[in-house]
Write a protein that binds this ligand. Sequence first.
Ligand SMILES: Nc1nc2c(ncn2[C@@H]2O[C@H](COP(=O)(O)OP(=O)(O)OP(=O)(O)O)[C@@H](O)[C@H]2O)c(=O)[nH]1
Ligand SMILES: [Mg+2]
Length: 348
Amino acid sequence: MADGAIDIRRVARTLSLVENRRPESQAVLRDAYAMARHIPVVGVTGPPGAGKSTLLDRLALHWAEKGEKLAVIAVDPSSPFTGGAVLGDRFRMDRASAHPRVFVRSLASRGHVGGLSRAVQDVVTVVASLGFDRVIVETVGSGQADVEVATLADCVVVVSVPGLGDQLQAAKAGILEIGDVYAVNKRDLPGADTVAGHLEANLDLIYPGSPGVNQPDGNQVHDAMRANASVQRRHGGAGSKESFWRPRVLRVSASSGADVQTLSDAVDEFLAWQRATGREEERRAERFRSHILRLAAGRLMAQSLPEGASASLPILAEAVTQGAMTPDEAAERLLAALLAAWQDRPRC
Ligand SMILES: Nc1nc2c(ncn2[C@@H]2O[C@H](COP(=O)(O)OP(=O)(O)OP(=O)(O)O)[C@@H](O)[C@H]2O)c(=O)[nH]1
Ligand SMILES: [Mg+2]
């Protein structure tokens, strides 16, 4: 892509090739995965109506005005398949989408064989490979969607808002494990300080130190952080010889644009730290490990089992019903039968 405007037709053509799973799409995908390796993906998640799209609009415009080319992928787990042609109401991005360096695409989950994460992972990678400097993904936080955006992004921004039950939001299962940066939006409304306070208090239970990059301090030992393997893998461990990251909590107002610059700086600060410490590579390797496993498991579920294994399934189910075997033991037996059936298969 030459400098300047985005070749929208080329992007759309490549995307439809991949989304429709045309035979040539695997070759396109292989190139895309190679080329997209260093393009940062920023995920934005949070409850419905939190202001994610308004915030993304501001962030995209901010980065575009600094000269970046941006792709925004809005994932809607609830809407019917739109084919990407129609932007749903959820993704009003009036300012940014008019900018020549911003490409906006909505992606609905229904109609995607193999689930949302498979489609989004491929779409994000293909888009990233087409000459963008950064990809931003919006998903509505609904448990699974939170987690999915967390697994495919290099930096996750969790958006909270006042008025939804402060305690509940902060304590929401898993939310404190996925965020790299927390944005409390609608700071113009009463209660934003309380939400930010609750978030900080909850982060205190997991992280020592101060928000942002913390230099190594041999004396800092924090059992909660050490106990949380996922947090430690992503953000480093206090007490080690390396620096560690404590997520920043920022109050912003997407509608007025207040403090969006601070938020974008926090995202870039995190991405720079993550790259400099080698954690970006680790995070991506982990992402593909779990993605491959999900794909393999999905195929296992979707395909008819080879004869030897399919014959054993009802027998195993009966054994579990009779109390002769636990489901875990049955699954292990099934895997053994599957491997045996595959080993007997003629090779190509
Ligand atoms: N008061 C106030 N309202 C805001 C702010 N940011 C967004 N809103 C409003 O909140 C509503 C929802 O904004 P969206 O950006 O569509 O929120 P969203 O999180 O993308 O919504 P979904 O995609 O439907 O989950 C809109 O009416 C916005 O104008 C803010 O900073 N302050
Ligand atoms: Mg939205």
